[in-house]
Design a protein around this ligand. Structure first.
Ligand code: CP
Length: 294
């Protein structure tokens, strides 16, 4: 039976806590080695996730190879089952997948190869959620009885989907503040806020999300301008917030849409600290699926 990291639906709370703990503490230059072969298969663009998995693997002594649907025999009609059997026959022990598809359940069935989500469609991005939670922990926001509030295109966000699962497992509340067209379909256990004042009253930690134009067919400039007026994070909002208020962003960010340029330079905007957990989160994820932590 192989371990996967595709979502947090079947992940024990203690494993999530351990993933966050390792991400927060590990020195990437001093890891125990896991001699192994991993395939990074990215079918959507990625800067942070793909490179941080490559660097994490390098630190762990894991040899990586890269592939994508365009360069594979999938274009000739090969099934996922036959593709995975081929990888296993080559001695590949783990796969990191980024895809526009929402088919994580198909990967859960595979044995003798571990599959990690590097971002599936709108449904899963668990290693991002781990590094987001670790950043909150660094600023003492994880243990506080205050919600994490997501602001932006929540409807199309795999960062939000994995975040809500992770925080639910930890017993932490989650809220959203966004235009009604960007609300998630499933609002179970999600608090909906209606203004920046409500957000600042309710929490000390927010996570901004990009408007995912590539997933929205009929987005007009007028809709975007209306969105910017009401939901953009500005310098004034950050100045008005409590001293220990923090804002996160998984990146890539679109300056002047979800965040103003001045706000992107504000000292309460902690995206650099968040980025610093990119490699550790992927080291922890490899250690988890390869069962190399106790
Ligand atoms: N946050 C994130 O997933 O960034 P990339 O798309 O660059 O991997």
């Amino acid at each position: 039976m192989s371990k996967h990291l595709l979502d947090f639906k079947d992940t024990d709370k203690k494993d999530i806590e351990k993933l966050i703990d390792i991400t927060g503490k590990i020195n990437p230059e001093k890891t125990n080695k896991i001699p192994s072969i991993s395939l990074l298969k990215f079918d959507e663009p990625s800067t942070r996730t793909r490179l941080s998995f490559s660097v994490a693997a390098y630190r762990l002594g894991i040899k990586t190879f890269e592939s994508s649907d365009i360069s594979s025999a999938k274009v000739k009609g090969e099934s996922l089952k036959h593709e995975i059997e081929t990888y296993k026959a080559m001695g590949i022990e783990s796969l990191v997948i980024r895809t526009k598809e929402d088919n994580i359940d198909e990967y859960k069935e595979f044995e003798d190869i571990s599959v990690i989500s590097g971002g599936f469609g709108t449904s899963s991005h668990p290693t991002q959620a781990i590094l987001d939670a670790t950043t909150l922990d660094k600023f003492n926001k994880l243990e506080k009885d205050l919600p994490v509030i997501y602001i932006g295109d929540v409807k199309h966000s795999r960062v939000f989907e994995s975040g809500r699962q992770l925080f639910a497992s930890l017993g932490k509340n989650v809220g959203v503040f966004t235009h009604e067209s960007f609300l998630p379909d499933d609002l179970t256990n999600i608090e909906v806020l209606n203004s920046w004042d409500e957000v600042l009253e309710a929490t000390e930690a927010i996570e901004l999300l990009r408007v995912q134009k590539e997933r929205i067919e009929d987005l007009e400039d007028s809709d975007l301008n209306e969105y910017i007026k009401k939901y953009q994070l500005t310098n004034e909002i950050l100045d008005k917030s409590e001293d220990d208020f923090i804002a996160l962003h998984p990146m890539p960010m679109n300056v002047d849409i979800e965040i103003s340029e001045k706000a992107s330079l504000h000292n309460k905007f902690k995206y650099i600290e968040q980025l610093s957990f990119g490699v550790p989160s992927r080291i922890a994820s490899y250690m988890y699926v390869m069962e190399q932590y106790d």
